[in-house]
Write a protein that binds this ligand. Sequence first.
Ligand code: 5GP
Length: 185
Amino acid sequence: MEQRYRLGDVLISRGEIAKKTAELAAKVAADTPQDADGNRELIVVGILTGAVFFLTDLVRELPEDMDVRVDFMSVSSYGNETKSSGVVRIFHDLKTNIEGRNVLVVEDIVDTGRTFAYLLELLQSRNPASLRTCVLLDKSARRETEVRVDYCGFNIPDAFVVGCGLDCAGMWRHLKDIRTVRTQS
Ligand code: 5GP
């Protein structure tokens, strides 16, 4: 039988997200080291597609005197719409050489951690000067693989959520609030 999805309650409001995003950006900026010329360079790596929405808000909260560059990777974790399998395929790689540079990886959500762990291992093998991670949402209770989360927006319970870049069957990425999803058969 075909499963239909309906929007559920607001879990995190747009106002809370905006406030938290500004706080995270301030921490990221404060932790970014200066080079010999006093510049603070940061390569911000977004994981397509979900992280784009959070990333664009986050980088625009960084101080204008920082040397901020943005690049993207596209990966797919095989699985169905609500559960990742841990097998990751890279569709689009970075254009930037990150060797010797300060990198911040931005992701929308970390669930089991499998996708993120795989990506971080790959990026670490390219020898960045530093590799930090920033996620909007963390379902830490569901973690199956240890992953490093340096900056976390919100720890959330085990519920499937949409909005702020997160989709359900391709829908609802554009929602400003984070909302739960209900299924009906
Ligand atoms: P992990 O490998 O950490 O289990 O899965 C991470 C990926 O699963 C995320 O990048 C996201 O695509 C998807 N995912 C996990 N939980 C949710 C959720 O609550 N909502 C949505 N839309 N995607 C989720």
